[in-house]
Design a protein around this ligand. Structure first.
Ligand SMILES: Cc1ncc(COP(=O)(O)O)c(C=O)c1O
Length: 401
């Protein structure tokens, strides 16, 4: 059989070896705790589940939905943007539902990029910022997110000839995997660059509702003229514990939204009406739910930062996102440290390079496991690796549990 070359063009999957080790340890009876993936452990708000149950029983929801989305869904989104961000988005022309943020992130590349175009993608970054453009046949230009720049891309460092060919720029704040929040003045400078170089900006706002210590992450659309240059992708997955539901939207520039709708009519048949109405419940009845989740993640964050400190790793407590991005100790690569944590504490963390080459030297720790499991992971990391990290010794294998 012959398959399309594009599948071979996406970067190699760095978790593969780690996954093999996890499977072997589990088969040997070791109790492995995975802090590797950002999938909330707690249930969806009850009011949202109840609304879906009610809507699912109504025959009116059983036919094809429209790709434009129900007016009730788009109006709830517009109301949410007005109330949460002070941003005016037109429910008629500037909003379209997507089947989870991932659909929006990956497919918008097909609507915006031709094979001769360049896409500017953050590195490290959510993998579809790379695979989406590659599937569109475009070239990638990585924007390194470095600790010394507070994990903000340096747009002034992009060569003029790259800007001339670039047509799409992905951004994501609060950021996965670094947990960074947007620096003051960055969004306005982005709009200036986009206007100057005729770039479409796609801001991924998947984590704006998970934030701590009084910080309220902004929307890109709050920036003056942002709607002239781009859109924002929003998702109910993280803030409302709805990763399985696949509910998100794209909001902003009407032309991008319309082109996306045109693309979507050829790819899928929209979001089930019952789901859209459950989404409305999330944005209205369960509107304050993400604040409760944020308090849970804040507690977990503090617990894990303390455990890392006990093995000599001074991780910066993030102001948003359920992730801790921490530098690995001297003498380790991201992958060798992830292996050390797996072998010494039976805890899985994500090696930074799985999000892009600039992730080397870091690992990402996800706080999306039940409190008692996170406490146990923190204790295992602190007790089984203490001394090991500074001495560079391999830990002894964990006892079976
Ligand atoms: C930065 C970022 N964007 C988008 C998504 C996709 O979320 P969903 O497709 O569940 O809305 C994720 C999921 O991990 C993410 O980390």
């Amino acid at each position: 059989m012959k398959f399309a070359r594009r599948l071979g063009e996406v970067p190699p999957y760095l978790f593969a070896e780690l996954e093999r080790k996890i499977a072997a340890m589990r088969a040997a009876g070791v109790d492995v705790i995975s802090l590797g993936i950002g999938d909330p452990d707690l249930p969806t708000p009850e009011a949202v589940v109840a609304e879906l149950t009610f809507q699912a029983a109504r025959a009116e929801t059983h036919q094809y939905p429209s790709n434009r989305g129900l007016a009730a869904f788009r109006e709830a989104v517009a109301h949410f943007y007005a109330e949460r961000f002070g941003v005016d988005v037109d429910a008629e022309t500037e909003i379209i539902p997507v089947l989870g943020g991932k659909e929006g992130v990956a497919h918008i590349a097909l609507a915006c990029l031709d094979p001769s175009d360049v896409c500017l993608s953050p590195d490290p970054g959510y993998p579809p910022y790379t695979s989406g453009p590659l599937f569109a046949g475009a070239e990638l230009h990585y924007l390194p997110l470095l600790a010394e720049n507070a994990f903000m891309p340096d747009l002034d460092a992009v060569p003029q000839e790259v800007f001339e060919r670039a047509n799409l720029l992905y951004l994501n704040y609060p950021n996965n995997p670094t947990g960074a929040v947007v620096a003051d003045g960055f969004f306005p400078r982005t709009v200036e660059h986009a206007l100057e170089h005729d770039l479409i900006v796609v801001h991924d706002a998947s984590y704006t509702e998970i934030a701590f210590d009084g910080y309220r992450p902004p929307s890109f659309l709050e920036t003056r003229r942002a709607k002239d240059v781009g859109v924002e992708i929003f998702s109910l997955s993280k803030g409302w514990n709805m990763t399985g539901w696949r509910i998100g939207w794209i909001a902003g520039n009407a032309e991008v939204v319309e082109r996306y709708r045109q693309l979507k009519t050829n790819l899928d048949s929209g979001m089930w009406d019952a789901l859209q109405l459950a989404g409305v419940a999330a944005l209205t009845v369960a509107r304050d739910f993400p604040a409760e989740m944020s308090e849970i993640y804040r507690r977990r964050r503090d617990l894990m930062v303390a455990a890392l400190a006990a093995i000599g790793l001074a991780a910066e407590p993030p102001r948003a996102t359920p992730y801790i991005w921490t530098r690995v100790p001297d003498g380790y690569t991201a992958t060798s440290f992830a292996e050390l944590v797996l072998e010494g504490a039976a805890v899985v963390v994500s090696p930074g390079p799985s999000f892009g080459p600039s992730g080397e030297g870091f690992v990402r720790i996800s706080l999306t496991v039940p409190d008692e499991r996170l406490e146990e992971a923190a204790e295992r990391i602190a007790s089984s690796l203490q001394g090991t990290v500074s001495s560079g010794l391999r830990p002894s294998l964990p006892t079976k549990r």
